[in-house]
Design a protein around this ligand. Structure first.
Ligand code: CA
Length: 615
């Protein structure tokens, strides 16, 4: 742990009460910055009976424009305007309780990181590795069980806390570089002090604190710093739709309408297309957005402007604090639509090149494209999300390699999903998914067939968009075909002391697993420098006789990918592909280094995808 950083975090808010009267115990956000593009800031102050008190700013640079009480007597919402020329400083507020007792609240306004607003998000240049921090590597066994948090470590229980943490990820940053990965998406790292099954992180009980079993806020900053040094960005999993049922708000609601459905469980209908459906009833739309996922995840009412502001400031705080490169937004269409636009608008105003990827788990490209920034929609809505997850292509990849070739089966599935790209303002902004933490892993998803696995991953690495892979997919990790969450989120081998298999060091791996890891590493290391894949055009030829050929090209590089889904070798007749070849005559296989003359009909083995650089 970094002691200096820990001390800093401890000092962000220092609150001193000069009398025994009502006093402010907590302020969210815990600090802020000068020089933000939006000069406004709303503080949520919490303390026993503080709601009827008053507040005065002692700083000439910070003006209180409005103070709003909650329905609970224990909250005060304070709207501030920070002068554009303000220097970093500690702002002193004088709080006066109803009985006249006074106390001081110190609030830190820091300098921003250099070039913070110009930070680059992720893009098709990148490959994203998805980690569930509790299940990846245990870098600090002293935090496996923490006194003040409910759940203790239980490594044997599929739904228990296993002890993985941020220190374990930091320790293994070089592994991601070896794999050719350039972004880490961690499932949520915030405190989830739920009574059970809290390991997944989607039921936050403090939106400003890393779960102590994963580490500290300082550890998160340290992880991000280490990753940045290696050219790896950090994607924060943002869950604005819901909190955990043990969040302190559930015991003291700031306002009566803070939680949807009067703070009582009432399920969502999961009819996500109600957003786009021209015939949708108000009942369905309302139930979709305000219904809860599960009883342990109360659904936030983002139509409440105080809460909407709280959530938007929260993600800006994490971007600035943890130096993030991107935001992944959980359960995208379950959020309030107006909130989504306001959130993306504010984040992109502050960080114009930031990435925000929404999780709309639909198999219909029309539905997904509705949400992409710049889409001309029938109802005039624009959510402002630059990136979205591509679930239609995720499904198509598995079908394509699993099915025998026919007119309407096999590789044509890939071709057809891509043909729908005209719906998207920016198809390159789609995140392609080999697998994630909510679905059957790729290897069992292709019937444990290594050839199919390699074809799927080769396609993922070379078609348009931003490839993303779940941790352990490079090791053919396999939790069976039913996608049981606890099992598919198994511990990464080598992350725990005493592990017989250590995939970080390549120890104890079976031949198949070692071959898979080597394959992924070679493929994505090549991709890291392949500019035609990062920003090039895509040109493809309709699959025929089990062969699908496509090209990626820009001014400096031309790549040809040949997928052979037949059970026999073919020799490529390149005459059909003249448009993609563009006069090139030679090809080099990017994984084997073998060189060919295109006129010689390159041999494409059965059930393979071959990648060639052309010249
Ligand atoms: Ca640990």
């Amino acid at each position: 742990m970094n002691l200096k950083a820990t001390a800093l975090f401890g000092l962000l808010v220092s609150i001193s009460s000069q009398t025994a009267g009502a006093a402010v115990d907590r302020v969210d956000p815990p600090n802020w910055w000068v020089g933000m593009s939006d000069p406004s800031l709303q503080l949520m102050m919490y303390g026993n009976d503080i709601g009827s008190g008053s507040l005065v700013s002692k700083s000439g640079d910070v003006t209180i424009s409005q103070v709003t009480r909650g329905d609970s007597p224990n909250y005060l919402f304070v709207d501030l305007t920070i002068d554009a020329s303000a220097d970093p400083q500690t702002v002193e507020f004088l709080y006066t309780a109803p009985d006249g007792a006074t106390s001081e609240v110190s609030y830190l306004l820091q300098a921003r990181r250099e070039n913070s607003s110009d930070r680059q998000g992720f893009s098709a240049r990148d490959a994203v590795y998805l980690i569930m921090p509790d299940r990846f590597a245990n870098g600090d066994t002293s935090n496996d069980t923490v006194d003040h948090l409910h759940e203790s470590a239980d490594g044997q229980h599929p739904y228990g806390r296993h002890g993985g943490d941020l220190a374990g990820i930091t320790k293994n940053l070089d592994y991601f570089t070896q794999l050719g990965m350039t972004q880490l998406w961690m499932t949520p790292v915030l405190e989830n002090n739920q009574k059970d099954s809290s390991y997944h992180g989607y039921a936050a009980t403090d939106l400003y604190r890393v779960d102590a079993r994963l580490g500290s806020n300082a550890d998160y900053v340290e992880l991000s710093r280490g990753a940045r040094k290696r050219g790896i960005g950090i994607i924060h999993d943002f869950v604005p739709n819901h909190i955990g049922s043990e969040h302190p708000w559930m015991y003291d609601l700031p306002t009566n309408d803070w939680i949807n459905r009067d703070a009582e469980f009432s399920p969502t209908n999961h009819r996500r297309e109600a957003h786009q459906d021209p015939y949708a009833s108000d009942f369905d739309k309302e139930e979709m957005i305000t219904g809860w996922f599960v009883p342990t995840m109360p659904d936030l009412n983002q139509q409440n402007p105080l809460l909407a502001t709280y959530l938007i400031q929260n993600i800006i705080w994490w971007i600035e604090t943890a130096d993030l490169s991107g935001v992944r937004v959980d359960t995208w269409p379950y959020n309030d639509r107006t909130f989504l636009s306001a959130f993306t608008g504010r984040v992109l105003a502050e960080y114009p090149n930031m990435s925000i990827v929404g999780e709309e788990w639909s198999m219909n490209p029309a539905t997904i494209s509705y949400w992409q920034k710049g889409k001309q929609n029938h109802d005039g809505y624009d959510s402002g999300a630059p990136q979205l997850m591509d679930f239609p292509l995720q499904q198509a990849i598995r079908e394509a390699v699993n099915e025998e070739e026919r007119w309407d089966k096999g590789l044509v599935k890939l071709y057809q999903v891509l043909a729908d790209d005209f719906l998207y303002p920016d198809p390159m902004g789609l995140m392609l998914i080999a697998d994630n933490h909510d679905m059957t892993r790729l290897y069992p998803g292709v019937d444990e067939n290594f050839d199919r696995y390699k074809m799927a991953m080769t396609f993922l690495a070379t078609t348009r968009g931003i490839p993303q892979m779940l941790y352990g997919t490079e090791l053919l990790m396999n939790a069976g075909p039913n996608g049981d969450h606890g099992r598919l989120r198994a511990d990464f081998p080598g992350g725990w002391s005493g592990d017989r298999i250590d995939a970080f060091k390549g120890k104890g791996l079976s031949d198949d697993v070692a071959a898979a890891q080597d394959f992924i590493s070679k493929l994505f290391t090549w991709r890291r420098d392949a500019t035609a894949i990062h920003n090039g055009e895509l040109l493809h030829f309709a699959p025929r006789d089990g062969i699908y050929v496509y090209f990626r090209f820009n001014e400096e590089q031309r790549v040809m990918v040949v997928m052979n889904n037949e059970p026999n070798t073919v020799h490529l007749d390149s005459s059909r592909y003249a448009q993609g070849l563009a006069g090139t005559t030679r090809a080099r296989n990017v994984l084997t280094g073998d060189r060919y003359k295109l006129a010689d009909r390159i041999r494409i083995p059965a059930k393979t995808a071959q990648v060639f650089e052309l010249d």
